[in-house]
Design a protein around this ligand. Structure first.
Ligand code: GLY
Length: 337
């Protein structure tokens, strides 16, 4: 196993033990590990860690972890989140395990935990992806309850405010608590605020990787719009031989570059997680050109050695990391512009 002394020795020689591109990843080399997007990840990581520290499976950890966020009232995850422009909350989620099994749901309404439905799609159907009415029908057949229609108090207030102009203008870093004064933030009892999509990736004590991603998508989107989050390869990708990556931010643009898959493929080539994320965000910047300043996109990754890293387009993105050494910490993602 990788140890810190060896790391320092190798580092002082200017060589990299794990990557072609140097020591730019946060390198602990230990397991288990769970990391997730935004500061909501701190609460989600806590639930995931309970499973990981008891030698549980990464798949269970990433499912249980993001369910914490799905249960909270916030702008962008779960039934309490912002609606589409017609006033309906529609949810997207996906999950992927160490055997390349995966399941997704999109445009799912009135079901509390889309991540659990995604797992059922993975385990109980011959398919990978169910959407809309079909996804809801399937969820009901699996014993999920149809929740009542309607918006949370926060979402109702925000939606009414939005209707005054009805402009589709995603707010950059709406997920970050410091950016939310103009929006309609919800403060939790512990002083933390709300966020966006939660993406979570984990490696368990056995060294197996899994990931999950769940969101209500962009607030006030067109009805039927689906972003990157439920799309395997865009919002999330796991390859148990290499690593895992998950994305957050402007879904349309993350889809355009196949964000999470691209990061994993770069790690396969030897790039450290942070360097792989940076390269993919650079690709996005190239594609977007001047328009990049209007969007946020961020990717977090871990590799098979338990190294982790992240990169974002512009500042304001943070992510939560939980390891035996790091406990549960919030880090700022490095930004390109
Ligand atoms: N990344 C979330 C979305 O665009 O829907």
């Amino acid at each position: 196993m990788f140890n810190r002394r060896k790391f320092l020795q190798v580092s002082s020689l200017g060589l990299s033990a794990f990557s072609l591109s140097g020591f730019t990843s946060k390198n602990k080399g230990n397991k288990p590990i769970v990391i997730s997007t935004w500061d909501a990840g701190l609460r989600a990581n806590k639930a995931a860690w309970e499973i990981l520290r008891n030698n549980g499976r990464a798949l269970d950890a990433v499912e249980q972890g993001v369910m914490v966020t799905e249960n909270e009232i916030n702008c962008c995850v779960g039934l309490g989140a912002n609606p589409d422009r017609d006033g309906h909350v529609t949810l997207d989620a996906c999950i992927m395990d160490e055997h390349a099994n995966c399941g997704s749901v999109a445009f799912l309404e009135r079901i509390k935990h889309p991540i659990q439905v995604a797992r059922k799609v993975m385990e109980n159907t011959p398919h990978v992806f169910l959407v809309g009415e079909g996804a809801q029908q399937f969820a009901l057949s699996q014993g999920f309850v149809l929740e009542k229609e309607g918006l949370s108090e926060d979402a109702e207030r925000t939606y009414k405010e939005w209707l005054k102009k009805s402009e589709y203008k995603p707010i950059i870093n709406i997920e970050n608590k410091q950016q939310q004064t103009a929006w309609a933030p919800t403060r939790f009892d512990d002083g933390t605020w709300n966020h966006d999509t939660i993406g979570m990736i984990a490696m368990d004590a056995a060294g197996n990787l899994s990931g999950s991603c769940t969101t209500s998508g962009m607030g006030f989107k067109m009805r039927g719009r689906v972003g990157d989050s439920p799309i395997i390869g865009a919002g999330l990708f796991v390859d148990n031989e290499v690593g895992a990556a998950v994305a957050t931010g402007q879904g349309e643009d993350i889809i355009r570059i196949g964000g999470s898959h691209a990061v994993v493929e770069l790690m396969r080539q030897g790039y450290a997680p942070e360097d792989a994320c940076k390269k993919v965000v650079e690709r996005l910047l190239k594609v977007k050109g001047d328009k990049a300043k209007d969007i946020q996109a961020a990717i977090i990754a871990i590799n098979k050695n338990g190294e982790y890293g992240a990169y974002c387009l512009q500042k304001g993105f943070n992510y939560s990391v939980c390891t035996a050494d790091d406990k549960n910490i919030l880090l700022n993602g490095k930004n390109l512009i």
